[in-house]
Design a protein around this ligand. Sequence first.
Ligand code: SF4
Length: 236
Amino acid sequence: MDLERYSKITNKNKREIVLLKGFPCKWGRCTFCDYIEDNDTHEEEMIKLNNEILKNVTGEFKQLEVINSGSCFELPEATLKEIKEVIQNKAIDTLYFESHWIYKNRLNEIRDFFSPTTVIFKTGIETFDDNFRNNILKKGIKLKTPYEAGDIFDSVCLMFGIEGQTKESIAYDIDCALKSFKRICINIYVENSTKFKRDEELIKWFKENYSYLEENPSVEILWNNTDFGVGGELNE
Ligand code: SF4
């Protein structure tokens, strides 16, 4: 697959970002997701590719985000060790990782492994509308309260603009996210190979009413899923 795997995020929270390869997403059931097609099972090849990508990291912003179409727990152990080496060699002080809710009790394993580097854990809640999240998107995240996840993870990823979402649910999502998370990443849905369609009207409404969030240093909005400079079409 011809994907961009290294980039620099330079507009806010400046950091380098790498898209590495990992083993299959352990959850793997989210109905809107086709990027798990980038998952792999050939460990040696993954380690080699990840090594090549990590060679790009300069440490110029002291911050590095590592994503892998799954959770960081699905990266090969050798790759985790290489990330640690890069961090030490390039004096990186903050590392961003993603993890699904199923690993919520294991985050300290990663924090301990990379200590004293600060690890910012992102998780894709997508929406605080329980029905849409679990019955439509099949995220498998049952929250006792909308604020529970903010006590465990540092940053939340929300997904807006899928047909079936509403203005009310988006307003509620933003309210919950601002109240419970230090950081928010809003992904505007881009159609992929799954059945889900974009709701252009809803996206237009969001843009008109919530673009001001871009002024908030803790909120990032990806109008296109390649806005961080990594990823792209999953063409074989
Ligand atoms: S947890 Fe993430 S990578 Fe795995 S299926 Fe869901 S959206 Fe895709």
